[in-house]
Ligand binder design. Structure first.
Ligand code: ZN
Length: 386
């Protein structure tokens, strides 16, 4: 961070530590031809003369196991130090706030012993545009295998309990840390559009989520069952970021060539995999290749899913050209459009996405999930746009 040497060294130290941990895990595995990958992404959460906030996402993949660690760094320029969650509150208000948070977490099935993690490591926090405090526990703070745990603190009493540092953080923040996108608009009255990402989760997913969150927009991810089983943490992170999860089959087969029984088992397995991570089965199916017939629609109906196709095909998997992709979306997008993109195949999708979102927003589009776009959907019905 230019002009903030203390913050820069904190961030560097954090990144170096993460890389060290990653190397140690790789060494321990003995190399045996297993797949290892790591990525570090960051975004600015807030900036003012008083405070600067940075969020860092570390994604590690070791063979089939994926973990995402999100950390926030709120640096107080006057005090020249990082602010913890407790620093946001007046000294006499913090114990009560902490009690309330622990209560909320355990009522929501959260882990016992979260109190310690609320105070320090493992908690990412920031404020939403409406002034709510959003806290996400990952890594050490969340129960292993449970994915991130989020909570929000709002209400008229919140402001009166904040410390001067907390008020500065709130004033500087323009993006929620761990908070979802802004609340959904009424798409019968607004220019809505749904971006959809197929074939994930993948090593690209964290980057896509970072971009979507930075712009405070929602999207829909149609995931493949095999990959959900390999990387449940990525699906949990997608859900926690306020995105919708849809079914894209177990193995990405053309469903028309499966027997009815095999098709049913394939889709049911994926819905169960998704439900295990997100808490409920998906209500949307996107058949691979958009290939469907009456049997596909019937099975979708039996499993309670609407069939979601698209009216804007970006062909992002075929052309690795970000400017071509941007042009395709902007030329074809209309209010009510469903735009087909991919998670997993092409880096150009990541390169083009920030520009696509910014230009669509400039044209008055609100970017929402498919369910928000369509309102109520009927199981077994086919939708290409609103
Ligand atoms: Zn696909």
């Amino acid at each position: 961070m230019a002009g903030l040497p203390d913050l820069t060294s904190e961030l560097t130290g954090y990144a170096v530590n993460q890389i060290r941990t990653f190397r140690r895990t790789v060494d321990k595995s003995g190399g045996k031809g297993r797949y290892h990958a790591m990525s570090i992404d960051w975004q600015l959460l807030g900036r003012s003369p008083a405070v600067t906030g940075v969020e860092i996402w570390v994604t590690q993949q070791h063979a089939r196991r994926v973990s995402i660690d999100r950390s926030t760094f709120w640096y107080d320029t006057g005090q020249r130090r990082l602010l913890g969650l407790s620093d946001l509150f007046a000294a006499d208000a913090w114990p009560g706030v902490r009690r309330a948070m622990v209560h909320t977490l355990s009522a929501g099935g959260g882990p016992a012993g979260t109190a310690a993690s609320l105070s320090s490591q493992g908690a990412a926090f920031g404020f939403t545009a409406t002034g709510d405090l959003a806290v996400t526990l990952t890594g050490g703070g969340a129960r292993p295998g449970s994915g991130p745990v989020s909570l929000r603190l709002s209400g008229p009493g919140l402001a009166s309990r904040l410390s001067p540092g907390g008020l500065s953080v709130r004033a500087s923040a323009h993006i929620a840390a761990g908070g979802g996108p802004a609340s959904a608009p009424d798409c019968s009255r607004h220019r809505c559009l749904a971006l959809t990402f197929d074939d994930g989760p993948s090593s690209f997913t964290p980057r896509l989520l970072g971009i979507l969150q930075r712009h405070r927009v929602s999207a829909t991810f149609f995931v493949v069952g095999d990959r959900v089983r390999q990387a449940p943490d990525l699906v949990a992170a997608t859900k926690a970021a306020g995105m919708e999860i849809g079914n894209h089959s177990s193995h990405h087969d053309d469903l028309r060539f499966l027997s009815t029984a095999a098709m049913r088992r394939d889709l049911e397995d994926t819905s169960q995999d998704i439900a295990r991570v997100t808490g409920h089965p998906p209500r949307l199916l996107r058949p691979p290749y958009g290939a469907r017939n009456r049997t596909v629609d019937e099975v979708a109906m039996q499993l309670g899913m609407a069939v979601i196709l698209w009216d804007v095909d970006t062909l992002d998997w075929r052309y690795p050209d970000a400017s071509r992709l941007t042009k395709t979306v902007l030329v074809s997008a209309r209010p009510g459009s469903i735009v087909l993109l991919h998670d997993a195949i092409n880096r150009s999708t990541i390169t083009a996405l920030p520009g696509i979102i910014a230009q669509l927003q400039r044209r008055g589009f609100q970017l929402v999930t498919v369910s928000q776009l369509l309102g109520t959907t009927r199981a077994g019905h086919v939708y290409r746009r609103r």
